[in-house]
Design a protein around this ligand. Structure first.
Ligand SMILES: NC(=O)c1ccc[n+]([C@@H]2O[C@H](COP(=O)([O-])OP(=O)(O)OC[C@H]3O[C@@H](n4cnc5c(N)ncnc54)[C@H](OP(=O)(O)O)[C@@H]3O)[C@@H](O)[C@H]2O)c1
Length: 300
């Protein structure tokens, strides 16, 4: 008789990114996937750059159905973080490892407040994905995931060993997270104007885009991140050349009438800037205008 026990992995929030990660994790027969979904579906299909993945994970929509897991991945939008707590009593045992896969830089502080006494592993991800229907996702690039070095992080990296996704544990996670935020914060511009920056580029737009990113870099450095000036130039250059129709997830959420992660992407720059006495007028302006862009859109 075999003593095989699968690695139980629960994914809370099997949307664009959560569905993509779950589809990949389900390809390893060592893993047993449970998707904790707000909107139920049967079967998971992911179109990926490496081909189509099919999986038949357990999908549950009621927290009472949750069983103890070895790993819990939280992959909701940041503004839905608190709502994930209903799943935790069923999923968490004393040794369950929790990975927060969200944008921004506040993974740890957000969940320290929500799950006092539990350690979480923060993950920064660059895997552009979209959801076409519940349980149907498209992964647009293989991308990467970065977690900080620590006792469980190698086990996390190993979970993806069978995939072509680049997964690593790094000593300076803070710099990676803030570098990604330098890119993401500029997305406030197309989200506000509802069009790409490239076709309307001029000196005023450059000043504003540069302001968003320079403020982010200044706050990042005050938080201990190492941010090369080249990052600022490459974000400005990317915005200058962005063709019409190319947005980002903030833009996509606004276009689809969904809530936006304004606070996690730009609000955080304003809040932490204030803590360090760093002025952030451009981010403040965009946060105020995006938040005032009104019902039914809400920010986190
Ligand atoms: N998509 C990307 O390309 C990408 C890349 C890098 C980082 N990220 C970050 O990854 C995070 C997730 O983004 P996403 O694009 O995957 O968002 P998404 O497609 O909107 O997926 C989020 C999922 O969470 C579900 N959800 C919300 N509250 C829930 C709850 N209480 N219990 C269970 N499920 C719940 C939603 O359910 P419904 O089905 O009912 O809506 C949805 O399926 C964000 O922080 C985002 O910024 C995304």
């Amino acid at each position: 008789m075999s003593n095989f026990r699968p690695i139980e992995i629960a994914v809370i929030g099997p949307g664009a990114l959560g569905g993509t990660l779950a589809a990949w994790l389900a390809q390893d027969p060592k893993n047993a996937l449970t998707l904790c979904a707000r909107t139920g579906f049967a079967g998971l299909e992911a179109e990926t750059p490496a081909g189509k993945l099919m999986a038949g994970p357990t999908v549950i929509t009621r927290p009472e159905a949750a069983q103890k897991a070895d790993w819990v991945f939280v992959v909701t939008k940041t503004y839905d973080s608190e709502a994930t707590l209903s799943w935790m009593p069923g999923l968490l045992g004393p040794d369950t490892k929790i990975v927060i896969v969200q944008n921004g830089v506040e993974h740890v502080s957000r969940f320290a407040a929500l799950l006092p006494g539990r350690e979480v592993i923060p993950a920064v991800v660059d895997i552009p994905s979209a959801r076409t229907a519940p349980g149907r996702v498209v992964q647009n690039a293989l991308g990467w995931i970065v977690v900080p070095e620590g006792p469980d992080e190698q086990a996390f990296v190993d979970l993806f060993a069978h995939t072509p996704i680049e997964v690593s544990a790094v000593s300076d996670w803070t710099s990676r997270a803030w570098s990604k935020l330098c890119l993401n914060c500029a997305g406030a511009f197309p989200a506000l104007t509802m069009r790409s920056t490239g076709p309307v580029w001029n000196d005023e737009i450059e000043r504003l885009v540069r302001g968003l990113v320079e403020e982010c870099a200044a706050v990042a450095r005050a938080e201990g991140a190492i941010i090369d000036d080249n990052i600022i130039e490459s974000v400005v250059e990317g915005a200058r050349n962005a063709p019409e129709g190319v947005g980002n997830s903030l833009y996509a959420d606004r276009m689809a009438g969904r809530p936006m992660e304004v606070d996690a992407r730009n609000g955080v720059i304003v809040r932490l800037g204030a803590k360090h006495g760093i002025p952030t007028p451009v981010n403040e302006l965009f946060v105020a205008l995006l938040n005032a862009s009104g019902s039914p859109w809400v920010s986190d």
